[in-house]
Design a binder for this molecule. Structure first.
Ligand code: MN
Length: 130
């Protein structure tokens, strides 16, 4: 069964590239351009993994991550922060907000999909899913 990725990203070009790479590898991709839309979509889709841009309009990725972690169905869903902030402490902030991993933008097409697949697999180990 195809794994579903929820992509929360406001930049259309970044959305296009990530969607292209993931779909080419067999993932199903749903996407939202801001936090509130992303949270609504996450509740209805219950994706296997969430890719979360940190720099978003109206509500930043840290706030989105905290809200996602408060939703029962999404407590264990891997959330990957994706950020172009080259700031010290950004990764720590993302992890503190409930993200499981951090990827720097621009994403590397050579390694991006493998990293996402690995994070999905880690969550779907047999002992975790009765
Ligand atoms: Mn952005």
């Amino acid at each position: 069964m195809s794994r579903t990725v929820l992509l929360i990203e406001d930049n259309p070009q970044n959305r296009y590239l990530a969607t292209f790479l993931l779909e080419q590898s067999g993932f199903t991709v749903r996407s939202a351009g801001d936090g509130p839309q992303g949270i609504e979509l996450a509740k209805s889709v219950v994706p296997d993994i969430i890719l979360l841009d940190i720099q978003l309009p109206t509500m930043d990725g840290y706030a989105v991550a905290r809200l996602l972690r408060g939703i029962e169905d999404l407590k264990r869903t891997p959330i990957v922060a994706v950020s172009s902030y080259a700031m010290v402490g950004d990764e720590d902030r993302a992890l503190a907000a409930g993200c499981n991993a951090y990827i720097e933008k621009p994403i590397d097409p050579e390694t991006f999909v493998a990293a996402i697949a690995r994070l999905c697999a880690a969550e779907q180990s047999p002992q975790d899913r009765p």
